[in-house]
Structures are given as C-alpha cells and as structure tokens.
Design a protein around this ligand. Structure first.
Ligand code: MTE
Ligand code: MOS
Length: 964
C-alpha cells in the first residue's frame, strides 16, 4: 500500500505485521491511502480466496481465507506458500509456521493430510472463543484448504494440457464427483411466476374487488414519502425519552442513583415506578421494575432530556446496584428441571395411544429444537405522547397493532378515563405480532413522562434496544414418539412441546394453546396426544409472532414424518400423503371441516413443481456430486385463522361522505404494510359503487372507531371488511330514494341532494363475527372460522464443505379462495414464506451464559435479503374455492405462508441426509432449527470434521448458550 502525507510517501507491505493489526503497520492520522498494488500472479503461482458467512450476501464473514502457492516450474513441488485466515481471532492470522514446513513438499494427498494437521495446530481456536461457532470454524480451516488443494490441482491439469509439459510430472487425479466442490454459488436474480384467477368478465370495471390493485402506499414506501410515527416533525417543547434497562438476569435492585445523570446538560428528569399515578402494569409484569428484575433488558426507569443524544448519554451515568438472586433460568431444560412454568399444561388427546403403540411395526422417538426469532420490523418501537393543556387530554401517536390496548394501558397507568386519551396510527412499519402487546408499555412509560414533565415526549427505540428489550418468537423444544406400520401409516403419535416464554406471561398461554390446537397440521392420526407448556425463564418475555406457535410446533410434526419415512425407506412426501386428511372429518378438537382444498393444493403443487421428476433429478445430481448435494421437500399446510375467543371476532367502521362526494373511511384495523387499507377501500368501492379514487383512509384512531381488537391472527381484513361493508350498505340504503328519483344523476348530484334533504352521510358499521370457543377440560371446541390450506415445494443445493446453501426453486400453491386483492395476497404469501425461511435457516439469536442477548443488530442477526430469495419462486392461488364465512368469500393470508418456509428447511435436511447416507453415517440426526451453514457443515460429517480437535464441554464456559 502506498501512503502519502506532507512528510512524503511511504509503502507498507500487506504482510503479517499489517494483518496482525500492529500499530507500526497502521495508517497515521495525517496519511492518506494512495494506492494498493496487487501483483499479478505468475505462471505456476496460484491464488485463491474463500469466505463463509451466515448468508451468501449482505453478511460479514464468519470466516475467510486467502491462499497462495508457488510451485517450482514444471513440477508439483511447493516453492512458496502463504495462507491467512480471518475470523479466527481478533486480527487476521497468517499460518506462517505451517507454510514454512510445507515448503519442498509435493502437491499431493500426503501433503494435504500434513497441511491439515499443521494448520489445525497453528490456527487454533479455544472452545470459549468470542463469536462461538468454534468447531465450525476449525472445520473451515481445513475445508478451505482442501478446496484450495483441489483448485490448484485443477489449474495444474489445465496448465499441463496447455503447455504440453507432458509427462514430466503426474498430478493426483480428481474424480469428477469432486469437481463441484470448486463451484461457488453465484448470485442470481430471482425470477418467478404469480398465478391467480382474474375476475369474472361481467364484473363492472369500476369494481376493484378481486383485482391486483397496488398497495395504496406502495410507491410512497419506496420513495420515502410515507409518514411513519417518527417522521412527525418535532412538536413544541418536545422532549426525548431513553430507557434504562437491567444488566442482570435475576436480581434484587439495591439502589438506583441518578444524581449524576440529572446534572448532565439537557437532562430534565428521570421517570421511575414511583412517578406512576395509577397502576404499574400487572403484579408479575411491571411497566417499570420495582425492587427486582427478572431479565436482562427489563426496563427500570427512563431519562427525559432535550435530545435523544443527551438522554442516552445520561443513561450511562445512572448507577444501579444489584444483588443477584437464585435461580437463574435461561434454557428450557433448566426450566423443566426447576418446574418453572408460566401456565398449566395444555393437552388434547384422541384414541388410545398406549394401546396403539403395542400394535405397530416400528416406534421412533426424536427431539426437535427450534430457535426463536426477532420480529425485525423495519420501524422499531416508537411513540409520541402529546399532553394537551386541558382536562388531562392526551394525544398519542404510536406504532402499534392495537391502539385500543395502548389507550387502555395509558388510562390505567395515569389513572385518567379512557375518553381523554386518543391514539393515532397512520401506519406501522411492520409489526408481525411484535406490536400487539409491547407498544402499550412504551406508550404508558412515555405518558408518565409527559404527565410528570408537562412536555410532549418522544420515545424511539434504536435497533439495539428494541432487540434487547422486546422478546420475539418463542423458542421451542419438542419430543415425539411415533408408532407406525412399515407402509408409512402412522398409528400413534405422542408429542410434547415446551416453549421458552421468558419472564412474564405475555401471550405465552395463547401461544401454547395455538401450538397444541394446530400441531396436527394436515394429518389424521387416530391415536394422538399433544401436550404443551410455556416455561418461565429469566429472558425478555416472548410474545406474539406471525403464526403464533404454529411455525415452531409443526416443525416437530413434520420432522416426525420425515423420520418415519426414513425408517420405512419411503419418500417423506409419500408418508405425508398417506397420513393426510382425505375426507370430511373432525380435527383432534372435534371441529368438522373438509380437506378438499388441502388435497387440491397438494396435488397442484406436486404437478406445478414437477415434484416426481425433479426428485429423480436430485437423486441423479447427488450420485454425481460428492461435495455438493441437492435436497427437495414438499410440505402441506392446514392453518387456522383467528383467535379462539369470541371477543376477537368483531369490528367496526365509520364511513363519512362529504358534500363534494369524497368518502373518508375509518375502521378498526391497522395498516402494518399488509395492505388492509387498500383492501378496505376496495370493499367500500364495491359497496358504494364508486371508484376508489373517491375514497381515502387517513389513519386508525381510537376516537373514530372505539374498542377495537388487535390487528392480528390474520383476520384483520375479514372482520373490518365486513364492518366497512355494513357501514356502506347503511349509507347506500339511505341514498336509495334519491338515486331512484334521479337514476341518471352523478354521485355528486346524489350527495348534494342528500345533504339538502337532511340525510345523514355518516354511518357506523358493526360486525359481530364468529363465536369461537375451546373447552380445554373436554378437549374440544369450535375455535376457528376456517382454515387456509397450502403446499410448498422447495429445492436447495448445499456445499458440504462450507455449509453454504442456495435455494434453487420454490413452488407454492395457496388456497386464498376469492382473493380480495391477489397482488397483495401473493405479496403476503411471499413475504411470510421468506420470513419463515429466515426463521428456519439464518435467523439465529445468541445469548451469553449470563442471559445477555448478543444478536442486537443486522450484523449479528441475519434476516433474508433479496439475494436469499429462491432463484425460481412461483406462487399460485388455488382456483375456484369458496369460503362462506368471510367477506366476498376471501381468506386471511397474513400469517400462514410463514410455515411454508419450512419446505426450505426440509429440503436442506434432505440434502444433508443424502450426504450422510453416502458417507455411511446415521441418518437420524437431531433436528435443529435454524439450519444455519454451521449446522449444515457439521451435520455433513466427513474426514475434515473428524480431524478437528473437540473440547470437553465441562472444561470451559462457552461464548453462548442454546436456550431451546
Ligand atoms: N405484513 C406486513 N407487511 N407487515 C406486518 O407487520 N404482520 C403479519 C401479517 N402481514 C405483517 C404483515 C401478521 S403477524 C398478521 S396477524 C397479519 O398481517 C395481520 O393483518 P391482517 O389480519 O390484516 O392480515
Ligand atoms: Mo399476528 S402474530 O397475529 O400479529
């Protein structure tokens, strides 16, 4: 590198000093980097670089390496060698000693073995190394070198052919089956086809229902013009709030000293539990901690200051002393040991499993571990509370799926009637369940600050705090015992699941119930027992997340089916088919339903994906490739929508027509990006028979539509759509006499006439929906209005040496019935699928042995990006299906696609199983999600994974602990 400064120029070599990050090799502050010169490689010199990250792109490498060898001209003797690794220490490590010792050796198998031994010795990594993934990285040290070894051989072969150095030396042959080890997975632009039914040709042009209308804010989202909560300009006298959180997992708070913080410039006040005029949350779920903390990240108090920088600076000056308490529980295993649970066990049972187990050909038992998931909404939690000067009124702008809950919580916290508090939600930058319960906590704490100081308060979590404080999807540990016949017919199944609920109840009981209700997925198993419990641990409380337990739990069911297939020597898809619901039947909780569209989705997906022929191609590919394997899997889905509580099946809307004919629609749903406002205007447009251009939705507000339910459980459009429909029908009924009198008139004429004739142009529509219930004593009920059915087939290719994978293709068939808006619904299916794929592949939350979440940003936590989308990605909506209970026979598709992401997971495990079969290692490995590259690499055990040193887990404290 050439550096220059006023002192002149100097050159520093990119040598081991530089790589080691030594100060002498560092740039001085006044120096600029002028050029970097990279020498051309010479003939007989070979250079290569390797890299492995959690995902292919947009990720820092877990480990990388650069290797260079110079061979003696015309021979295979090593004249010079350099090897450097990144990711195995604080700085780049150059394996000088190993290289030195390999000089003069021939480039052959013996050298390879020796090199691996030397490298593992020199580039060593302790078991407790920060960043973890220790055995993976050790394996990569040698896997990368093996790749280099092959690459050089391959190049040599070419060189010899070209320069006809014939016969002078012979290089080891690489078998064709090994060659694909050299290929990387290039980034491809994903392509796909979306298929849906077009509307009936008789449908009036003006009527937008069923048409693929673009999300009304779509362009504004893309340009940045869409206003989110924190885009609201600063209001007069506004102050910022920042939260002080616990650094201990379970402790008594001995003292909190904020005297120093109060003296910092700009700091106005500190808000503690003592400032709360009303109730401080629930007894075991306090808004602000009192006397004790139950997890790292629990909110203790809040600083109010003139700017966010000042508030955050003050936080660091607050001194809290703790006294640690026992027990400290993080893992599900520990919770079970301590009998630490949040709520009673939920159980459903049918038939007689004990008896059935006695009559089966085989029995298999297994365990499944599913990691949690961070919501990673684009817009973190935020709220702006504006106290009015009169009558204790408050205006609250908040990013939430449930403004009524924020309003209620603020009311009880401040001891002010609900009618003084108005919550406004223009749009939410993603919620995914993470903004059902939590925003009320932030709203209430900010409101306490507003009341205490008399100033408007803005509370905006940065990503790090959002990830630390708010929990996510419940990690799950599942055990199954399955009895089956050799033809794949399952006769008895016993599943027991535990979820990690964190330190408060939150939605954990609901999640456990949903988990148990949905666990059977698409299968009719006569003797079936499903049990679930939520564990109380010292972690931030886990909460609602798209799919509510279904995506985790059903992974256990599907893993069990895969295990049965392996034992029977059948395709998993055959076993799935064999055990699937076939005719009108009853679920385990005795709700009757028809699986007709489930079967149709399955069959269409088989056809559309050419499953059987591609299955054969995959097998052929695997025969021809040793270091790369392909896998393919198809998964069926029966997903229930709605909450199993009647009170959730209601909604209201308020529709105003103004004298110019324009229409303002409000309803109880919140726009999360899922397109509910677009759909509601489509409904209003059909009902009022005027184009959507007449209509507008400004915001969701507790003042226009009161007592709403959370926009959740996929039924937002179902219930609010009916409310909007009813409101519009009321209005149209009122207008009917006027229209009859002047049928040729325009909409504007009619509205003008209506106003003249004193006809009210505003109406509330109220929808009283489904009566849902479950009797857990009897184990039966009628919890769900309907099911969404679907099937997905995914194919992947894995690199057995690095664990990298590429998603080759995914086909989804979903039963959306008569989609209100196929563009939005397919977007929801795609989005949920990708989010599910992230859950099952790359999204990995890491905790320290002290219960501190390490993964607190996009560097450490990898959600899928555009380059992770399957190269070919097709989604089709099942034609001609009907659902009588919903608006225009549509279905709510917000969550269901999530689980279909598991088809990628099962394709990966299918590929791993192929590798293991070939290497003659046991096929029944413990199923663990996410199937990260680390997991894939270590599951594809081979001579390299055997070579690496293994540590005795008792001899050190690992960097992170598994909590599922
Ligand atoms: N889509 C976007 N873009 N953003 C979101 O936060 N949340 C999902 C889903 N789709 C979400 C989303 C979840 S968890 C649910 S329950 C549904 O939307 C809720 O909205 P709906 O009932 O109107 O489908
Ligand atoms: Mo969705 S998890 O029901 O908000």
């Amino acid at each position: 590198m050439s550096l220059s400064s006023t002192e002149g120029t100097r050159q520093i070599p990119l040598s081991k000093h530089f790589l080691a990050g030594l100060a002498s090799a560092d740039l001085k502050p006044e120096e600029i980097l002028e050029s970097v010169s990279i020498p051309h490689s010479r003939k007989w010199e070979f250079v290569s670089a390797f890299r492995q990250a959690q995902c292919q792109q947009n990720a820092l490498a877990d480990m990388n390496a650069a290797m260079r060898v110079l061979l003696k001209e015309g021979s295979d003797t090593i004249e010079d060698l350099s090897i450097a690794y990144g990711g195995v220490g604080a700085a780049t490590i150059s394996a000088q000693k190993s290289c030195q010792q390999l000089l003069g050796r021939r480039w052959d198998e013996l050298m390879l073995v020796e090199a691996c031994r030397l490298l593992l010795d020199e580039v060593s990594l302790p078991g407790w190394a920060p960043g973890g993934k220790v055995e993976f990285k050790r394996t990569l040290v040698v896997s990368f070198f093996f790749k280099f070894y092959l690459e050089v051989l391959q190049e040599l072969k070419k060189l010899v052919k070209l320069s006809s150095v014939s016969g002078s030396c012979r290089y080891p042959e690489i078998s064709d089956r090994f060659l694909s080890a050299l290929e990387d997975f290039p980034v491809a632009v994903p392509q796909g086809v979306q298929m849906y039914q077009s509307v009936d040709s008789h449908q009036p042009l003006q009527d937008p229902v069923g048409r693929p209308i673009m999300h009304l804010s779509g362009l504004k989202h893309a340009t940045g013009e869409a206003i989110f909560c924190d885009d609201i300009p600063m209001v007069d006298k506004e102050l910022f709030m920042a939260l002080v959180t616990s650094t201990r997992a379970h402790a008594k708070i001995i003292s909190v000293d904020f005297s120093e913080a109060l003296e910092l410039p700009g700091v106005v006040d500190v808000v503690t539990a003592e400032d709360i005029p009303g109730t401080n949350g629930a007894e075991d779920d306090k808004l602000l901690a009192v006397d004790k903390v139950l997890c790292v990240g629990q909110i203790i108090c809040a600083v109010v200051a003139g700017s966010d920088v000042q508030a955050k600076r003050a936080i660091e000056k607050i001194k809290i002393t703790y006294q640690d308490q026992e027990p400290v529980i993080f893992t599900i295993q520990d919770a079970i040991k301590h009998n630490s649970f949040l709520c009673p066990e939920k159980k459903l049972e049918q038939g007689n499993i004990e008896e059935a187990f006695e009559k089966v050909d085989q029995i298999v038992e297994g365990e499944v571990h599913v990691g949690g998931q961070e919501h990673f909404y684009m817009e973190t939690q935020r709220v702006l509370v504006i106290p009015k000067t009169e009558d204790k009124e408050l205006d609250i702008y908040v990013s939430t799926q449930d403004p009524a809950h924020v309003q209620k919580t603020v009311s009880s916290t401040l001891n002010i009637p609900i009618n003084r508090i108005t919550c406004h939600v223009k749009r939410v930058g993603g919620g995914f369940g993470g903004k059902v319960g939590r925003p009320a906590v932030f709203g209430a704490i900010a409101a306490v600050g507003a009341i205490k100081t008399g100033h408007p308060i803005r509370l905006v979590l940065d990503r790090e705090d959002d990830m630390l404080i708010t929990g996510g999807r419940h990690p799950l540990f599942g055990k199954y015992k399955v009895g089956f016949m050799n033809n794949g017919r399952i006769k008895a199944l016993d599943i027991e699941c535990f979820i990690n609920g964190g330190c408060t109840l939150d939605h954990s009981e609901q999640v456990t119930e949903f988990l148990i209700l949905k666990l059977e997925n698409a299968y009719k198993i006569r003797n079936l027992r499903l049990r679930g419990r939520a564990c109380l641990t010292n972690l931030p409380s886990n909460t609602a997340f798209r799919g509510f337990g279904f995506p985790q739990g059903t992974l256990v069911t599907e893993s069990c089916i895969t295990a049965v297939a392996a034992k029977c020597g059948l395709l998993p898809e055959k076993v799935r088919e064999k055990n699937m619901y076939r005719t009108v039947d009853k679920t385990i909780y005795k709700q009757a339903f028809s699986p007709e569209t489930l079967i149709r989705c399955w069959n269409e997906c088989l056809g559309k994906s050419s499953f059987h022929s591609r299955r054969m191609q995959v097998a052929e590919f695997n025969k021809q490739n040793y270091w790369k394997k392909r896998g393919i899997a198809m998964i069926p889905m029966k997903f229930s929508v709605g909450f199993a509580a009647t009170s959730y099946h209601q909604a209201a809307a308020l529709v105003h027509i103004y004298t110019d004919g324009s229409v303002l629609v409000t309803h109880g749903g919140n726009e999360l990006g899922q397109g509910i406002h677009t759909k509601m205007l489509q409904v209003a447009s059909r009902e009022l028979k005027i184009p959507m251009s007449y209509m507008h939705i400004c915001e969701t507000s507790t003042a226009t539509v009161p007592n709403t339910i959370a926009t959740a459980a996929s039924v937002g459009s179902d219930v609010n759509g009916r409310a909007v429909q009813i409101a519009c029908q009321i209005l149209l009924k009122r207008l009917e006499p006027i229209i009859k009198k002047n049928p040729e008139g325009t909409w504007e004429d009619w509205i003008e006439a209506a106003f003249e004739q004193r006809i009210s142009l505003s109406a509330t529509g109220y929808f009283r929906g489904y009566k849902a219930f479950v009797d857990w004593e009897k184990g039966e009920g009628d919890p769900f209005p309907y099911y969404v059915y679907g099937a997905a087939c995914s194919e992947v290719e894995i690199d057995c040496l690095t664990g990298a994978y590429k998603k080759v293709r995914t086909d989804i068939v979903m039963d959306a019935c008569c989609s209100l808006n196929p563009a939005i619904d397919i977007g929801q299916i795609e989005g949920a699928f990708i989010q599910g794929m992230g859950l099952y592949t790359t999204e990995e939350l890491k905790y320290s042995p002290e219960g501190v979440l390490y993964s607190r940003g996009p560097d450490e936590y990898k959600i899928p990006t555009i380059t992770d989308v399957p190269e070919e990605f097709n989604v089709s909506l099942l034609p001609s299906s009907q659902s009588p209970l919903t608006i225009y026979s549509s279905k709510g598709l917000g969550e269901s696609g999530m689980f279909l992401g598991s088809s990628v997971f099962f394709a990966i495990t299918d590929a791993v199983a192929a590798a293991r079969r070939e290497r003659d290692i046991a096929e029944d490995f413990t199923v663990k999600s996410p199937a990260t590259p680390e997991w894939v690499r270590m599951a594809c055990a081979d001579r390299f994974t055997e070579m690496i040193p293994r540590d005795d887990p008792k001899t050190f404290t690992p960097w992170s602990i598994p909590i599922a």
